[in-house]
Design a protein around this ligand. Structure first.
Ligand code: FES
Length: 166
């Protein structure tokens, strides 16, 4: 796939966004935009990547496909399989654990009828792997929903947050 073909796969809007990121880096260092490019493409593909899209990002940035796969599989905010459209990450590291983070996670699993790593059958919610600390320890317990932090959680507050997700 050449760069023009990659652009056709990615679409005009995604390419414009990726070009903005490429412009932030020195000439010839466009691979530095790979994380941002993958996030843009993921966002425009219902929250996940696939091989065709990753290959297109690689061709657009002049990277070998394997280098793109390595980025996509390393960073936890990138999904390489279809998942629910709302992503939830519950922190269960030490501060959150001491403040009930594991109970919060168990409450969510019971409420949604899924386990960590699964999505609800209606495709509404993806319960991601437990996070190792999202740097909001003083506000524990906490979770991240679609990259927004929710802190000092209680089961009741969790219900409000989840019930508001469409
Ligand atoms: S331990 Fe949960 S945010 Fe740090």
């Amino acid at each position: 796939m050449d760069r023009e073909q990659a652009g056709a796969v990615l679409g005009t809007h995604a390419c414009e966004e990726i070009d903005n990121w490429i412009a932030k880096f020195p000439e010839g260092k466009q691979r530095a935009a790979s994380i941002a490019a993958l996030r843009i493409v993921q966002h425009e593909n219902a929250g996940h990547l696939n091989v065709e899209l990753m290959d297109a990002v690689g061709a657009y940035l002049g990277m070998e496909p394997i280098a793109v796969y390595e980025v996509a599989s390393f960073y936890s905010m990138l999904e390489t399989e279809p998942v629910g459209r709302h992503s939830i990450s519950v922190c269960t590291n030490i501060s959150c654990m001491l403040c009930g983070g594991e109970d919060i996670l168990a409450h969510i699993e019971r409420k949604l009828g899924i386990r960590v790593g699964e999505s609800t059958a209606d495709g509404r919610i993806f319960l991601k792997c437990e996070e190792e600390c999202l740097a909001a320890c003083s506000e524990a317990p906490m979770m991240m929903v679609d990259h927004v932090y929710h802190t000092q959680l209680t089961p009741g507050r969790v219900d409000e947050i989840l019930d508001a997700l469409e």
